[in-house]
Write a protein that binds this ligand. Sequence first.
Ligand code: SF4
Length: 143
Amino acid sequence: MVGFKEKEKIGAVMVVGGGIGGIQAALNLADSGFYVYLLEKSPAIGGKMSQLDKTYPTNDCSMCIMAPKLVECGRHLNIEIITYADIESVEGSAGNFKVKVKKRARSIDMDRCIGCGLCIENCPVTNQTYPKEPMDSNTYPEI
Ligand code: SF4
């Protein structure tokens, strides 16, 4: 394998899962000086907590806790967020892994998208907003 040395340690880590736990782990590692690849299978980070209104047992506003972390994560120079992607393979050993990631097609130019939502409103194929699953007690535990 070209450019891949088993014993050489590198200053980058991958956090798999972009829920609140993954976000906090990525922030802690990035603040410690590591370059972090935050991998999430869904189109956006946030996970289940971003779907909640309140959190147990303190009844705190979920998004009030999460929003600052989302912003910090998105702006942190040491964090690269990779969404809508899965791990295909992992090689190497502790201190130096090589991970092959498969990104799914979004059919939009992410560098130009401003998040206006017009494509969702006017989609001629499904005309459904994300998430497509019906709201149930598993998806939204507080309902
Ligand atoms: S219509 Fe708006 S949300 Fe959809 S891709 Fe274009 S800029 Fe992004």
